[in-house]
Design a protein around this ligand. Structure first.
Ligand code: HPA
Length: 280
C-alpha cells in the first residue's frame, strides 16, 4: 500500500500498531539494530535466529519491492548481543513517502534498540575509493532528497529541530577503525551523498557531487540516519564501494556489477560488522 500518511497522530498510532503486531510474534528487546545493505545479506546467516518476521506479515507495513531484498526483520543473537536486522530496506524510489521509508528505523527504536548500524552499496566518487573498498561514513549530504522529518513533528520520537553536527557517532567510528586495523581491512572513510534513484547519476551530476564534497553516492541510508538521530539512536554507517561512480571509467553502470562487487566484499564486510556488534 503506497500512500502518504500526513496526520502525525495517525502516523504514530500506525507505528504503535506495527510494534504490537511484532510483540504478538516475539517478546524480544534488541540492543543493536542493523540495516543489511547489498553485501551484508550474508550476515543474516551468522545470526542465531530466534524469529523472522516478513514485512508483509506486519499489517500496513511498507514492503520492499526490490528483487534483491527479502524484506524481513530478523531477531536473534550475534555472539551475546540481541540484535534486530533488516534484511531488505525500503527505498524512496519505490514510491513510498519518506515517513514510510524510515518507519522500520523508528519501529526498531520502539522495540528498544539503542544503536543502529547502517550499511549500503555505493558508487565511489573520490579518487581513492576503489571497487571492493569499505568506506566508513563520517558525514553525509542530504540536500538532494527530502528530509524524513518534514511534516508535523512527532514529539514522541524527538525534537522539531534536531542537531546534525555529529550524526555518525565518534566512539563507534573509533571502534570500527580499530577492528579494521586488527583484521587488516583497508578501511576508507568519507562523506556519503544520497540521491532519490532509481536511475544512476550522470557524469555531470557526479562532477557536481564531487565539488560539493561527496566521496560516495547511493540511494539510501541518509534519510534513515536523520530519522535515527531524531529518535535518539547512536548511529554509524559503512558503504561497500561496488563501482566507480558514473563517468569515471566511462563504462555504463549496471546492477549486476554492483551485486558482483558487493558479494566479493561480503566476507570482510560481515567480519567487520560482526566484530562491531560485539564491541559496540
Ligand atoms: N550510484 C547510486 N547508487 C549506487 C551506486 C552508484 O554508482 N552504486 C551502488 N549503489
Amino acid at each position: 500500500k503506497v500512500q502518504d500518511i500526513v496526520d502525525v497522530n495517525e502516523y504514530y498510532k500506525e507505528l504503535e500498531k506495527y510494534l504490537s503486531c511484532v510483540k504478538t510474534k516475539i517478546d524480544f528487546k534488541p540492543d543493536v539494530a542493523i540495516v543489511l545493505g547489498s553485501g551484508l545479506n550474508k550476515l543474516a546467516k551468522k545470526i542465531n535466529v530466534k524469529e523472522t518476521i516478513s514485512y508483509s506479515d506486519i499489517d500496513g507495513f511498507p514492503i520492499s519491492t526490490n528483487k534483491m531484498h527479502a524484506g524481513a526483520f530478523i531477531f536473534g543473537y550475534l555472539g551475546d548481543v540481541p540484535v534486530v536486522a533488516m534484511n531488505g530496506r525500503i527505498h524512496y524510489y519505490e514510491g513510498y513517502s519518506m515517513n514510510q521509508v524510515v518507519s522500520p528505523i523508528r519501529l526498531m527504536k520502539l522495540m528498544g534498540a539503542k544503536k543502529l548500524i547502517l550499511s549500503n552499496a555505493a558508487g565511489g566518487i573520490s579518487d581513492n575509493l576503489n571497487v571492493g573498498d569499505l568506506m566508513m561514513i563520517t558525514d553525509h549530504i542530504s540536500s538532494f532528497v527530502p528530509s524524513p522529518l518534514i511534516g508535523p513533528n512527532i514529539d514522541e520520537l524527538g525534537t522539531r529541530f534536531p542537531d546534525m553536527t555529529s550524526i555518525y557517532d565518534s566512539e563507534i567510528c573509533k571502534k570500527i577503525k580499530n577492528i579494521a586495523r586488527e583484521n587488516n581491512i583497508d578501511l576508507k572513510a568519507g562523506v556519503y551523498l544520497q540521491t532519490t534513484g532509481p536511475n544512476y547519476e550522470t557524469p555531470a551530476e557526479i562532477n557536481m557531487y564531487k565539488l560539493l564534497g561527496a566521496d560516495a553516492v547511493g540511494m539510501s541510508t541518509v534519510c534513515e540516519a536523520i530519522a535515527a538521530v531524531h529518535c535518539g539512536f547512536k548511529v554509524c554507517g559503512i558503504s561497500c564501494i561496488t563501482n566507480k561512480a558514473a563517468g569515471i571509467t566511462g563504462e555504463p553502470l549496471s546492477d549486476e556489477e554492483v551485486d558482483v562487487a558487493a558479494s566479493k566484499a561480503s566476507d570482510k564486510f560481515c567480519l567487520l560488522i560482526e566484530e562491531l556488534v560485539k564491541r559496540i
